[in-house]
Ligand binder design. Structure first.
Ligand code: CMC
Length: 428
């Protein structure tokens, strides 16, 4: 039978349904296996386990394909805008001109944040990493909008939370940076587009006029599009699993921000630049660092290389590599670490270790170089990723709730002690 699979356990055969997606991806549905056989499946890191059926993003890691709602990332990066892509991801279709105008107007209206947010911000020491600050401020929205805690809100009420979060995230992000450097915060400028408003809040001195460089704003908008969703990655899965307990959208996305922070996920963009800087300061000997990356006794990994699903190339990395060249040229920036990055890539692509393991540059390998050229400080890189990923997280959270998915609760295989007697040391 083509639409079922059989599994034999202890001499018994169980028939399991096989489901198929719109791109002919097949999956064995094991959800009833334990009930039938008492046996579970195990797959640490979910390397081969689908957690949901989703209509948001398709990617084919072997062919290097990435599409949001059926539209290729290449076409969207070239022709669309971040807010249009956000609408597409969240609501499933590209907006009409009227829908887009209304969406943009709504987002613009909600960029201001409650003044008390400043008090929370001021409680953080200046050394606080902006990712920790960002996730805290997002979670704190549950306090300013307690109605968001109600899991049974109407679609319209949820839409309002969505607009608020997309509108306010750049404000939180820029303010977390301003707090870090001890400068007064800038309020949003609603005459500007999404990326320009963020850049002004980041870099303007309130006492002077500030003109956003359109090259910088365009480059940022494109980077946000490239990061906007990536199906069931670590942070999206976190958002879905937290939201599956009916925690609020703000709490779920705050958790996603924390998941993104790690250097194996979104934090890699910061780690890449730090690595490239180290290589440069160490004399630029890329071969030495390649050897370290291959040495199993050395914890060092080539940051920005490898991906759980891309085993040929990461289409986002291709676009970003070209964008890095364009942006640096347009801005007249000559960054020596771009040459180190290209040298490392060239060596890795012909090195047997990397070839055998299908390790290619990922989205984070070149994005940091662009952020740097745009003047974004290194520890804000992952914050930029978070702003870009927000519509994806929202779409994943919304889909999970609308599909009424059950609470996420994996099983385990217990490997600890069997029952044993308590040793009384007479503490009572
Ligand atoms: N440098 C050196 N060796 C590597 C690297 C690397 N960057 N990545 C994987 N390997 C090796 C790994 O040691 C293993 O070797 P072996 O088979 O001999 O044990 C093999 O390749 C498979 O790696 P894995 O860790 O089992 O693969 P994974 O799917 O669990 O991990 C990854 C994927 C992205 C966490 C990993 O490739 C990595 O740590 N890369 C560096 C961090 C990075 O750039 N992360 C950003 C990912 S893209 C942005 C995002 O969406 O999160």
């Amino acid at each position: 039978m083509s639409n079922s699979a059989q599994i034999n356990v202890d001499g018994n055969t169980y028939e399991l349904p096989v489901i198929e997606g719109t791109e002919n991806e097949k999956a064995i549905d094991i959800s009833k296996l334990r009930g039938q056989s008492g046996v579970i499946t195990i797959d640490p890191g979910f390397k081969n386990t689908g957690s949901t059926q989703s209509a948001i993003t398709f990617l084919d890691g072997e062919k290097g394909i990435l599409r949001y709602r059926g539209y290729s990332i290449e076409e969207l990066a070239e022709k669309s805008s971040f807010l249009e892509v956000s609408y597409l991801l969240i609501y499933g279709e590209l907006p009409t001109a009227e829908q887009y105008a209304n969406f943009k107007k709504d987002i613009t209206r909600h960029t201001m944040v409650h003044e008390d947010v400043k008090k929370i911000l001021e409680g953080f020491p200046s050394v606080a990493h902006p990712m920790g600050v960002l996730s805290s401020l997002v979670c704190a929205q549950t306090a300013f909008y307690p109605e968001s805690l109600d899991p049974n809100r109407s679609g319209e009420e949820v839409d309002l939370s969505i607009v608020r979060l997309i509108a306010k995230l750049p404000t939180f992000a820029a303010w977390s940076y301003k707090n870090q450097i001890g400068h007064p915060v800038n309020y949003p400028d609603n005459s500007l587009d999404y990326a320009s408003n963020f850049l002004k809040m980041m870099f303007a001195n309130p006492a002077e006029n500030f003109d956003v460089d359109p090259v910088v704003a365009d480059a940022l908008d494109k980077l946000l599009i490239l990061h906007a969703d990536h199906e069931q990655n670590c942070s999206a899965s976190t958002v879905r699993i937290v939201g599956s307990s009916h925690a609020s959208m703000y709490a779920s996305i705050s958790a996603g921000i924390n998941a993104l922070w790690g250097p194996l996920h979104g934090g890699a963009n910061q780690a890449v630049i730090e690595m490239l800087e180290n290589i440069k300061n160490d004399g630029g000997d890329t071969k030495k660092w390649m050897a370290k990356a291959k040495d199993k006794d050395d914890p060092f990994r080539l940051m920005g290389f490898g991906h759980r699903v891309y085993k040929n190339f990461d289409p986002r990395a291709r676009i970003i590599k070209k964008a890095a060249d364009d942006v640096l040229e347009k801005l007249g920036v000559n960054d020596p670490i771009l040459d180190i990055a290209k040298g490392l890539e060239e060596e890795a692509l012909k090195d047997q270790y990397f070839v055998d393991r299908k390790l290619y540059p990922n989205v984070d390998f070149y994005s940091g170089i662009i952020y740097r050229a745009l003047g974004i400080p290194t520890d804000m890189f992952t914050v930029m990723f978070a702003i870009g990923r927000l519509p994806g997280w929202i779409a994943q959270w919304k889909e999970m709730r609308e599909n009424k998915e059950p609470i996420g609760r994996p099983r385990q295989v217990y490997t600890g002690y069997n029952e044993r007697s308590y040793t009384d040391i007479g503490q009572r």
